[in-house]
Design a protein around this ligand. Structure first.
Ligand code: FES
Length: 105
């Protein structure tokens, strides 16, 4: 597993068969299988995953349990996905979300 751009030290790096490949903002990431999108993104040095709808401040996952909504991303074209509640899967495409999107439009 390529952990060269990970900020975490893996004591027992997962074997290649226990990783999946995701795409974040056009960049390929090899991440452990079974983790959430938020955990996968926090393992890399990303500046932020979304922006606040109120003031456009950069935000990153905070509570990691679906409460704060600081982790909204677009996954495979679907907006307003909470990265902390979505498990990674091979080939998924994740993009930053800059504002809360009204899904009723
Ligand atoms: S990190 Fe708080 S809702 Fe996802």
């Amino acid at each position: 597993m390529n952990t060269s751009n990970s900020k975490f030290t893996w004591n027992n790096p997962p074997e290649a068969s226990t990783t999946v490949t995701i795409n974040f903002e056009g960049e390929t990431r090899i991440v452990p299988a079974g983790v959430t999108v938020a955990a996968a993104l926090l393992g890399h040095d990303d500046e932020h995953v979304c922006r606040s709808a109120a003031d456009q401040e950069k935000r990153s996952p905070y509570c990691l349990m679906g409460v704060c909504f600081e982790c909204l991303v677009e996954i495979d074209g679907l907006q307003n996905r909470q990265a902390c509640l979505e498990p990674v899967f091979d080939g998924m495409s994740v993009k930053r979300q800059d504002k809360v999107v009204n899904e009723k439009k």
